[in-house]
Design a protein around this ligand. Structure first.
Ligand SMILES: CCCCCCCCCCCCCCCC(=O)SCCNC(=O)CCNC(=O)[C@H](O)C(C)(C)COP(=O)(O)OP(=O)(O)OC[C@H]1O[C@@H](n2cnc3c(N)ncnc32)[C@H](O)[C@@H]1OP(=O)(O)O
Length: 218
């Protein structure tokens, strides 16, 4: 089986959408790419990943699952597109904009004043002893901190640094309140803060620097 990066893209993409700087030439926001079942497809894969984290299959069952996965991978091989035209990351109607690599979050409010969201770490995000892996907490802060910077500056920023203070354990399968906001900015430097709460209990805090990209900068 080859990885996606080794596979030829099988679907023609629009030249006008090609990358000319920043994460994307322009940030695409869609609700249609991938069709109406794309969100449920992502959800089923997330559920599968949750089960893989806890499953202890017999060798026979593992072989069966491998066969099934090979068939599914072959199906998706017929529809691979480039980063700029994939639905993933652009579907604002779906949790985490349809990006399966992010912990699923739902935006409650977002604008120049900051972003409020609910994030749920899944069984797949287990670190140990029943609670979330700290790296996954940092991913949530990175994406939503980047979003707060983007909404403040009206453009794209990259993370310069990101520090997470883990204040108490972060539970799995529990909707948590996550908030990010730009505390101040100096030129291209956006200093972003964040909090993650389970009810009244502070699980983690974040402080980060996001740097606005210059025109044409990757
Ligand atoms: C509701 C729907 C709406 C949708 C709405 C769209 C939302 C969409 C959200 C997407 C959200 C994705 C969010 C993921 C964001 C990543 O995860 S990005 C990936 C991780 N980050 C990276 O890979 C960055 C790697 N680093 C770099 O590429 C370059 O260092 C950078 C960041 C582009 C900066 O390089 P540069 O442009 O040459 O700038 P440089 O002159 O070095 O630095 C600029 C200033 O920052 C300072 N600086 C730079 N780095 C540091 C540092 N580490 N510490 C302290 N100071 C620093 C410099 O000292 C300098 O300061 P001044 O001298 O101006 O005072």
């Amino acid at each position: 089986m080859t990885g996606a990066s080794e596979q030829a893209q099988s679907v023609q993409t629009d030249d006008a959408a090609q990358h000319t700087g920043g994460f994307r030439a322009s940030f695409d926001v869609t609700t249609e790419r991938g069709g109406q079942s794309y969100g449920e497809m992502v959800e089923q894969v997330r559920t599968f990943m949750d089960k893989v984290r806890y499953a202890s299959p017999t060798p026979d069952l593992a072989d069966e699952v491998i066969d099934d996965l090979k068939k599914l991978n072959a199906k998706l091989d017929t529809m691979l597109v480039d980063e700029w035209t994939s639905p993933s990351g652009t579907r604002i109607d779906l949790p985490s904009r349809g990006n399966i690599t992010l912990p699923p979050y739902e935006i409650l409010d977002g604008g120049p004043e900051g972003v409020e969201a609910t994030v749920t770490f899944r069984r797949f995000h287990l670190g140990g002893n029943g609670v979330a892996h700290g790296g996954h907490v940092a991913i949530a802060f990175d994406d939503l901190g980047g979003m707060a910077a983007a909404l403040k500056l009206g453009g794209v920023a990259r993370t310069g640094y990101l520090t997470v203070h883990y204040r108490s354990l972060t539970p799995l399968e529990t909707p948590l309140a996550i908030r990010t906001w730009v505390e101040r900015f100096e030129g291209r430097k956006y200093f972003v803060r964040g909090t993650l709460y389970d009810g009244d209990r502070l699980c983690a805090e974040m402080e980060a620097l996001f740097i606005a990209l210059k025109p044409g900068q990757a």
